[in-house]
Design a protein around this ligand. Structure first.
Ligand code: AMP
Length: 266
């Protein structure tokens, strides 16, 4: 695995690679990231992973500072997976150039997480646009756990006619049902149990013919969550809010356990 910290050195090394598979991450790697990388390896093309905790997508400085980082463990995971290139840029390298394409931010960015995390999706799209310009991958691998992020990146790529295909990868969960997330490292055993109960409530509700969101929220609050940012149903094709669960809709949730914000879609 070749490791690059400099954008210029990376660009030189990959300039002749016509079909790179790109897996962007913020490190703190877990089984979710591993599944993205394994999927990318199936395309039999060189795989490039990035680790960059992007400061511009954090709407609170404290959240950025506390974000789990574990480079030593990440390196050992990536080496075992035989990733070809690892890009660990610094902030200066990423932000001191003017990208050729501007960012397209679809209105869906205003919904769900967008209405609770001001500037978050602007920050995500800004950095992804920069990575796409530096790396010019043939494919980018993104997790459905962050459905809104995946959708907005897709919209941007289409609108800006960027020559990169999106490969959407399913959410990987722990045995107790909770979606793998770097932020889970910040949870105590007791909070993990609560998160698992919430997952079970939501997956049970999904099986029922109708749902009363207010009643479900009350059930979740009783478990001991600090507050629920949202619990809503969206149609994943039209991106419109819905009040029914069916094969085209999903339940979207964001809630806080102590200081940790958890998102999921089921
Ligand atoms: P992050 O490091 O959290 O920014 O995530 C990097 C990529 O991994 C994003 O495309 C996420 O959607 C994806 N990802 C994070 N958690 C999971 C998971 N549990 N299952 C599948 N993909 C995930």
């Amino acid at each position: 695995m070749k490791i690059f910290k400099s954008k210029h050195k990376l660009k030189k090394a990959i300039q002749n690679q016509k079909s790179l598979s790109f897996v962007p991450t913020m490190g703190g790697l877990h089984k979710g990231h591993v599944s993205l990388i394994k999927r990318s390896k199936k395309f039999k093309e060189k795989v490039i992973v990035s680790i960059f905790v992007n400061p511009t997508q954090f709407n609170q400085k404290k959240d950025f500072i506390n974000y789990p980082r574990n480079l030593k463990k990440d390196l050992s995971i990536l080496k075992k997976l035989k990733v070809d290139f690892l890009f660990i840029p610094n902030k200066r390298d990423m932000f001191t150039f003017r990208p050729k394409k501007s960012v397209y931010l679809n209105n869906f960015s205003k919904k769900l997480c967008g209405s609770f995390r001001k500037g978050h999706f602007e920050g995500v799209l800004n950095i992804v646009n920069r990575f796409l310009e530096i790396i010019k991958p043939k494919r980018i691998f993104l997790g459905a756990k962050d459905f809104q992020q995946l959708t907005l990146i897709k919209k941007h790529i289409i609108k800006k006619k960027i020559n990169t295909k999106i490969v959407s990868c399913k959410t990987i969960r722990e045995k107790n049902g909770i979606a793998c997330s770097s932020r889970n490292d910040l949870l105590s055993q007791d909070e993990i149990k609560k998160a698992s109960k919430i997952y079970k409530i939501l997956s049970n509700e999904k099986k029922k013919p109708s749902i009363n969101l207010k009643a479900v929220k009350e059930k979740i609050i009783k478990i001991g969550v600090k507050n629920i940012d949202y619990l809503e149903i969206y149609n994943v094709n039209t991106l419109k809010k819905s009040n029914k669960l069916n094969k085209n809709t999903k339940l979207f949730i964001a809630y806080h356990l102590k200081d940790v914000r958890i998102i999921d879609n089921i």
